[in-house]
Design a protein. Structure first.
Length: 336
């Protein structure tokens, strides 16, 4: 197929493009800058440089493609609502309508579990679960974009994939965790015993590949590793791949929930631009259980995880060791 991909230079996008090219698809990747375009071109795909917020900078380039995969999204959970309205909702709507005008056959939207993240536990949740008011602007914007896509009438088919926390080699959240540990800001909530779900980046990519020609129009599909784990297992496993000692500091989830609400209120009243030290979204991510039913994607798309948690962590750890070995060799060369 001939595929148009947004977010190609991001964490998910890089893994996705590599898989698509390996399978023989023609890929056009959208880039916001010359440097990103160069990296994408080096991977072997065509590139379009433009501004997703300016439809005129890319609409004509959509012509001739079979599928648009919209994976671009700011990884940001705090800020002015106008930012999320423009960069998530408006961009998605304009891209969808433009793709429809250009007679694209299918539009695949990469949503997020944050569309349901509220201040309540989410257990055995399937795609029929009613929408809640998200506790982050990011989740609210992704939800509104998702709902608009499902309701929008078009001859173009639309598939919505809703992955949980995406992890794997190069995940930026790991860097953030390590920074918090180094700054003494990391703490478990209720000893990290809360059970949540994750999805390895290769499993998300596999789901996207299946969605190229599987799945029903206007349907949402949850995507997970199909292996619920405790927060301590999730974060501890990621830290172990970098040989980071797992912290022991612990706080009460109930206390942190109260503090997060107070801090958010102060930040909003004083219009503070920087991210707050704690938010309700961050609290809910590690303080509330989340388990998803993925029978729908298994039955409709034939999805099964292609990499297990154990294998994914092993590969990350081997990659970390390799990086350290390369660093040591460089040191030897430099020292003579």
């Amino acid at each position: 197929m001939k595929l148009f991909v947004t977010g190609g230079s991001g964490f998910l996008g890089k893994h996705l493009i590599k898989r698509l090219l390996k399978e023989g698809h023609e890929v056009t990747a959208f880039a916001r800058s010359e440097s990103s375009a160069e990296k994408l071109a080096h991977m072997g795909c065509e590139t379009v440089i433009g501004d997703l917020c300016r439809l005129s900078s890319y609409e004509e380039q959509l012509a001739g493609h079979d599928v648009v995969i919209h994976a671009a999204s700011p990884v940001k959970f705090w800020g002015d609502w106008s930012f999320f309205q423009r960069d998530i909702i408006d961009v998605t709507r304009e891209l969808f309508d433009a793709a429809s005008r250009q007679h694209i056959k299918r539009f695949i939207y990469i949503s997020s579990e944050s569309v349901l993240q509220n201040d309540k536990p989410l257990e055995n949740i399937d795609e029929s679960f009613p929408y809640l008011e998200p506790n982050s602007y990011y989740g609210k914007a992704k939800q509104l974009a998702e709902r608009w896509l499902i309701e929008r009438k078009s001859d173009m088919e639309c598939i919505v994939l809703r992955p949980t926390f995406i992890w794997g080699p190069g995940v930026s959240a790991l860097t953030t965790m390590i920074e918090k540990i180094n700054n003494g800001q990391f703490s478990w909530l209720d000893h990290g015993d809360v059970v949540i779900e994750t999805v390895h980046v290769n499993n998300v990519v596999h789901a996207i590949v299946l969605a190229l020609d599987h799945g029903e129009d206007k349907q949402i599909y949850n995507v997970t590793d199909d292996q619920p784990r405790s927060v301590k297992e999730v974060i501890g496993g990621l830290l172990d791949t970098q040989n980071i000692t797992i912290p022991t500091k612990n706080m009460s989830s109930r206390l942190v929930r109260y503090l997060a609400g107070v801090v958010e209120a102060i930040w909003k009243i004083l219009r503070i631009k920087s991210d707050p030290p704690i938010s309700r979204f961050e609290w809910s991510f590690v303080g509330l259980p989340r388990k998803y039913n993925i029978q729908k994607i298994k039955q409709s798309l034939g999805y099964q995880p292609v990499i297990s948690v154990t294998d994914g962590l092993r590969e990350m750890k081997q990659g970390s060791y390799l990086a350290e070995e390369v660093k040591e060799e460089i040191k030897k060369v430099v020292s003579g």
